[in-house]
Design a protein around this ligand. Structure first.
Ligand code: CTP
Length: 405
């Protein structure tokens, strides 16, 4: 898969640099062409000789070789790469990347690169948590760069927390995934609903559910990474989605979500309804706070419109409609029923009975069932990984759909 892919690795000064030779070896074994640029301080942590031997290319740190006078053009190197991976990315380098400071060779290459940029921060927990680092990372992600988020664990300082560089094997998998899904959905328009809905009882209270919107947001990012333009209709959630190619439409109630989804549905090629929509809303929202003056109150609930079902009725033959199902019992039976009654092409079934799956977790395990009667299981994996696998699967299904049309 990586044959002939030109991967430029930028190494900055962090102890995690000692892991990069492993990554270089994995990439070269898959026949990628690897070139390396490192900052002066990175040279204290890992030897250029090791990296040059493994990558089979000279390692660059300076525009000029002071002995031979050879000129290493940062522009040529930046333009050469199909992908620029900055790992480990120190807080200092992230800050300079954010502000366009070019006071070393690596940064001049960064400013010249036109290819996708991936970065894997590595630093101590307090540096990682610092507001300025967070702001910088957010801006880089907004710019379209891909964050390879650090993990939590023991750090070189002896402290424990977030800031450990993503492991080389995981970085390698992200790079493979990028080349696998890159441009799969170029020029496609995607509509996604995600998160919970809140149904107001009075100005203070609401009926809601435990959905965090994580799975839908990961799907939105995966589609955007694959070149699609995404409209994300997002219920109330603490997640911030600042991402290129994703337009976010925040809504609160099921009725608002219904209106937004219907307004965008006609132009979408693929519609993914992952929101946990409240099935009922209070018939009437009290205008003032309900006081606890009586022993019990009756709350009359009325049905909300079913957005997925409505989209199933409206959809044309070129559109692909996916829904989610969250079940606690008779899972498959209920999911097949939803697929048929809502006229969806695909239902992604989550079971609350599965450990590590469902609301708020970072992992998920699902079963996909399709209109053609097929079933595919996706074992427990991170929601991010699952989102990539699901969009890959949707790509296969939409291809099949066109071939059958
Ligand atoms: N859905 C929707 N609008 C609703 C309710 C659900 O669009 N008013 C969508 C969800 O986004 C999901 C699918 O329908 O894609 C199934 O949602 P789920 O809550 O599992 O099932 P319901 O259809 O609400 O049925 P029930 O609550 O009886 O299981």
């Amino acid at each position: 898969m990586l044959k002939g892919k030109k991967i430029l690795i930028g190494i900055t000064g962090s102890i995690a640099a000692y892991k990069i030779p492993l990554l270089v070896r994995m990439l070269v074994k898959e026949n990628a062409e690897v070139k390396i640029v490192m900052t002066d301080s990175a040279r204290d942590f890992v030897s250029p000789l090791t990296l040059a031997t493994l990558s089979k290319n000279p390692v660059f740190s300076e525009a000029f070789d002071s002995i031979t006078g050879q000129w290493n053009s940062h522009v040529d190197l930046g333009l050469w790469a199909d992908l620029f991976l900055i790992t480990p990315a120190s807080a200092n380098t992230l800050a300079k990347m954010t502000h366009g400071i070019a006071d070393n060779y690596l940064l001049t290459v960064y400013l010249s690169a036109r290819c996708p940029v991936f970065f894997a921060p590595a630093m101590d927990v307090d540096m990682y948590q610092h507001q300025s680092t967070k702001d910088n990372i957010r801006k880089l992600v907004q710019r379209g760069h891909h964050l390879l988020a650090p993990t939590s664990g023991e750090l070189a300082s002896g402290l424990c927390g977030e800031g450990r560089m993503m492991e080389p094997e995981a970085i390698f998998n992200e790079i493979r995934r990028h080349f696998r899904t890159k441009q799969l959905f170029r020029d496609k328009k995607i509509l996604i609903s995600a998160g919970p809905t809140y149904e107001a009882i009075d100005p203070v209270r609401y009926i809601g559910n435990h959905s965090t919107g994580k799975m839908g947001v990961e799907m939105a990012k995966a589609f955007a990474n694959a070149g699609a333009s995404v409209k994300l209709v997002l219920g109330p959630t603490s997640l911030r989605v600042d991402y290129p190619l994703i337009e976010v439409f925040p809504v609160t109630s099921a009725l608002q979500m219904y209106e937004a989804c219907l307004a965008f549905s006609a132009e979408a090629d693929i519609l993914v309804m992952s929101a946990a929509v409240a099935d009922y809303r209070p018939e009437k929202m009290e205008e003032t706070k309900i006081k606890k003056s009586v022993e019990s109150i009756d709350l009359k609930l009325v049905k909300n419109p079913d957005i997925l079902k409505k989209l199933g009725e409206l959809k044309n033959e070129n559109q692909f409609l996916a829904g989610f199902a969250l079940e606690t019992d008779n899972e498959l039976e209920n999911a097949w029923h939803k697929l048929n009654t809502k006229k969806a092409d695909l239902i992604v079934l989550n079971s609350l009975a599965d450990e590590g799956a469902g609301f708020g977790t970072d992992t998920n395990k699902v079963i996909c069932i399709t209109k053609d009667g097929t079933q595919r299981n996706f074992e427990l994996q991170s929601k991010r990984e699952l989102a990539h696998n699901l969009i890959q699967y949707i790509y296969e299904l939409t291809g099949k759909k066109q071939a059958n049309a």
